[in-house]
Design a protein around this ligand. Structure first.
Ligand SMILES: Cc1ncc(COP(=O)(O)O)c(C=O)c1O
Length: 475
């Protein structure tokens, strides 16, 4: 094969040949440790079909896809569950469009995923923000509790819905049960972005699912933590919704998704659900034993701290560690010198997504690699520099409608000169895909500093501006 004509394949092959331990999504790793994937791999192209006699229709299911979704709903504890082939992104759009009308007020966290903000903008909704909370020691966002929700509901009496992310990127879950009970008394919808919690349904050692805790709807990215091809996700609808509401959400799934869904992806979701029903409990019991040992080994390394050690309301498969080194540097060293790829870094924290399909050898290599990096960087380890902290503005107010801004006059200016200007674009570090700046938001002093740090870093930044240190603002 001429790889010069196939630059993407060349890059993917190079990563595969590195034999790096993958602590990042998708949850299948490279599928090598999942015997029941062999059948799907063998038939990858055979199963890549379209809507013909006998293969049913994702958007109007009546036969095999309908039967598969009934089994899915049983596993998810929902009234109805729908496969999504455009990730939780499409599910978030469909939930928001199906339950809310233009002009409705919605309460959400500042640290929502970009798909939620995009859907709000497209639907013409009025976002109201929950005051952001951070873990003081770790500088990581914390989910709101019932008091935060009650306070916000007092402040904004016209709300129609609350959108929460649970778990968040760092494995923290919100107290959804008490929040859902409170919201139901007020006839408010609870929409949960549960993108990172697809595995919760399959082990009693994991937090309960949003469906179980009383959410009206939830989106779960199967591909993030289960053995599923990238983009595979599920939208869950609870029995608290009327058929008319469910039917509107189904309508919007058709609007926001391709009319040519990938059957290989659908098959991989069905297979993952079956694997998890058959073996999930045992697989996670085994993983938790390994995670316990791993955490112990990590905390024995001086100045390595593990997030959420004693937290019963957290997902222990989400390993977040902190060392004296800046996260970006440590993540680079892990990859370059030790063939370990983490999911993401924020400040001095690094996030690893653990899965029952990680090899024991991969898990064992992590503390060894950290101990080696500590030895090689004794000076830095002894005198840590404080890395930049991602912060979300406390009192975010969007001064313009996000969609309207597309039609207003704009200019690109250097970030360092952006103080006081109104952003005309979304700036999103990826991962986690949470915008640090939204269109219509005034750029303050803190934002300028944060953006300069972000733009100088090597992380993937999604920005519309053409120059690296430029930002698009309203004229
Ligand atoms: C919290 C959250 N919600 C939604 C999404 C979008 O999910 P997907 O990639 O399945 O479209 C992500 C992706 O990273 C996410 O982190």
């Amino acid at each position: 094969m001429d790889m010069e004509k196939r630059p993407l394949i060349k890059a993917l092959e190079a990563y595969t040949n590195e034999e790096t331990s993958r602590f990042h999504m998708p949850g299948h790793r490279n599928g090598k440790r999942i015997p029941s994937l062999a059948f799907l791999q063998e038939h990858l192209y055979d199963f890549d079909v379209t809507e013909i006699d006998g293969t049913d229709h994702l958007h109007y299911p009546e036969e095999s896809i309908k039967a598969s979704q009934i089994l899915l709903a049983k596993a998810m504890g929902s009234k109805e569950s729908c496969y999504c082939v455009n990730g939780s992104t499409a599910a978030n759009y469909a939930m928001i469009f199906g339950l809310l009308r233009p002009g409705d007020e919605v309460l959400l966290e500042r640290s929502c995923h970009q798909s939620v903000f995009q859907a709000l903008g497209l639907r013409g909704l009025k976002p109201r923000f929950i005051k952001p909370k951070q873990d003081p020691e770790w500088a990581l966002p914390l989910p709101p509790d019932l008091t935060d929700i009650k306070e916000a509901c007092e402040k904004y009496p016209l709300l129609k819905a609350v959108i929460l992310t649970s778990p968040n990127y760092y494995g923290k879950v919100a107290p959804l049960k008490e929040i859902s009970q409170f919201l139901k008394r007020r006839s408010l919808y609870l929409i949960v972005d549960e993108a990172h919690g697809a595995h919760f349904a399959f082990s009693d050692q994991l937090p309960p699912t949003a469906m179980f805790m009383g959410a009206h709807v939830s989106s779960v990215s199967f591909h993030k933590t289960l053995p599923v091809l990238t983009q595979g996700a599920v939208l869950n609808l609870s029995e608290d919704l009327q058929e008319s509401e469910r039917s509107r959400i189904r309508h919007y799934l058709r609007v926001f998704q391709t009319s040519s869904p990938s059957y290989t992806m659908l098959a991989s979701m069905e297979n993952a659900r079956a694997i998890m029903e058959e073996e999930g409990k045992a697989l996670y019991d085994e993983l938790f034993r390994e995670v316990g040992l791993l955490r112990e080994k990590l905390t024995r390394i001086p100045q390595v701290d593990v997030y959420g050690k004693e937290d019963a309301f957290a997902d222990a498969t989400r390993l977040v560690i902190k060392t004296p080194l800046p996260g970006e540097f440590l993540m680079g060293e892990l990859r370059k010198k030790h063939r370990i790829q983490a999911e993401m870094t924020l400040g001095s924290s690094i996030v690893f997504i653990l899965s029952p399909f990680d090899g024991k050898d991969d898990l064992e290599r992590l503390p060894e690699a950290l101990a080696a990096i500590k030895m090689e960087n004794e000076k830095l380890w002894a005198s840590p520099v404080s890395p930049f902290i991602l912060h979300y503005s406390e009192d975010l107010e969007l001064l313009y409608d996000m969609e309207e801004i597309l039609f207003l006059e704009k200019e690109e200016i250097p970030v360092k000169d952006a103080f006081g200007r109104i952003s005309a674009e979304t700036i999103t570090p990826y991962p986690p895909g949470i915008p640090v700046l939204l269109p219509g938001e005034r750029i303050g002093e803190k934002e300028v500093r944060l953006l300069c740090d972000l733009f100088q870093g090597s992380g993937i930044l999604k920005s519309a501006s053409k120059s690296k240190m430029g930002i698009t603002v309203l004229k």
